[in-house]
Ligand binder design. Structure first.
Ligand SMILES: Cc1cc2nc3c(=O)[nH]c(=O)nc-3n(C[C@H](O)[C@H](O)[C@H](O)COP(=O)(O)OP(=O)(O)OC[C@H]3O[C@@H](n4cnc5c(N)ncnc54)[C@H](O)[C@@H]3O)c2cc1C
Length: 331
């Protein structure tokens, strides 16, 4: 399965495929994981999640941003969503990928954009989480967090349990709000654990440390029921206040389990991506759970253009890639 994961993650980093799929709308099963194509649709999704007793963290989809105009456009979309959250009084906060607002273009340009987001969010009492991307941007992301923490109290980030650095980071950030995850990118053995079992052990250890060492709020982001139940036992045993942490899951994953967790009296936050730029996000979800390929196949079979034989050239390329993935998975 390592080869499968590596191949799909490599495909997720292909800008040409990303550009092709962007023009196609929410296709190939992506709608199951994406909460709408624009602010308006996404707000309706947030409302229905709130109605089930859960909060939301939103992610304006958009990767491979290398142009200042695109980065400014994406920043404006995030500002638009912050305004809409305030207007509609939905329970939602912000997740931001720094590369989307210019980290790959110029650090200071990105910082100006990010400061604008933090200011707008602070004015209406919204927290902003910096998503952690690949290790390539790890140092710049941590530097941005440290600098913004000097000016704002509504900012936090993500620690990935596969990274060796996280053991120290969890102590450094014990008094801040942190999301803890296993990690979704392909990283070099010199910087990250490679074996699933050791990543899981490190994951539980990081969560327990952050829950017990400082005063920072802990977001435990996973669909792994074993780890969720272990943490529930731990917090009961240690008498940890349920207001000091929450569980988080991605939109479209294990919603029944999320509802059960809420019924037990725990807080649950759903991470909702929205927008047309779904390709890289969706491919990472397939990499970590190959069963999601079945969604692609089903959607393809139901696709009117495929049925009528009128699929575009771009669609054909994507179809070719997807059928190779399906073949690999079924071997
Ligand atoms: C809210 C949220 C935010 C995230 N943010 C980031 C981020 O900023 N940076 C980053 O690198 N990564 C992020 N991730 C992704 C994360 O790093 C993992 O790649 C991803 O969550 C998969 O790991 P897992 O812990 O869910 O469990 P996995 O290791 O994928 O699964 C463990 C076990 O759980 C069960 N399971 C898992 N999913 C399902 C399912 N759908 N149905 C049935 N059983 C299932 C299976 O038994 C499986 O073997 C985020 C994840 C979440 C949930």
């Amino acid at each position: 399965m390592g080869l499968f994961r590596d191949t799909v993650i490599q495909l997720s980093e292909n800008k040409t495929l990303n550009d092709l799929t962007k023009q196609m709308g929410l296709k190939f099963g992506a709608r199951k994981f994406v909460g709408g194509v624009d602010t308006e649709e996404a707000i309706e999704t947030f409302k229905s999640i709130n109605a089930d007793g859960m909060s939301v963290t939103f992610d304006n989809l958009g990767e491979f941003i290398t142009d200042t105009m695109d980065a400014t456009y994406e920043k404006d979309l995030i500002l638009e969503m912050i305004k809409a959250i305030d207007e509609h009084k939905v329970n939602a906060h912000c997740s931001v990928k720094l590369t989307q607002i210019g980290l790959d273009i110029d650090y200071e340009f990105c910082k100006t954009n990010f400061r604008e987001i933090l200011e707008a969010a602070k004015q209406v009492g919204i927290f902003v989480n910096i998503d952690m991307e690949s290790y390539r941007v790890y140092d710049a992301t941590m530097r941005m967090l440290d600098e913004m923490l000097e000016e704002f109290d509504n900012v936090g980030t993500v620690l990935q349990s596969y990274l060796f650095d996280s053991e120290e980071d969890v102590i450094k950030h014990k008094d801040e709000r942190v999301r803890i995850v296993k990690g979704a990118y392909k990283e070099d053995p010199s910087v990250a654990l490679q074996e699933r079992e050791s990543i899981d052990i490190a994951f539980e250890e990081l969560i327990k440390k952050h829950l017990t060492e400082g005063t920072g709020f802990t977001s435990i982001a996973t669909h792994d029921h074993n780890i969720i139940y272990n943490i529930m036992d731990f917090v009961e045993r240690e008498n940890i206040d349920k207001d000091t942490f929450e569980f988080q899951m991605l939109y479209g994953f294990r919603y029944d389990l999320a509802k059960q967790i809420v019924k037990k009296g725990y807080s649950m936050c759903i991470y909702v991506p929205y927008g047309n730029d779904w390709y890289a996000y969706f491919m990472r979800r397939i990499a970590e759970r190959p069963q999601n390929v079945n969604l692609l196949v089903k959607d393809l079979m139901d696709n009117p253009a495929v049925k009528a034989g009128t699929i575009t050239a771009g669609g054909l390329v994507v179809l070719g890639i997807i059928s190779s993935i399906v073949k690999m998975f079924r071997k």
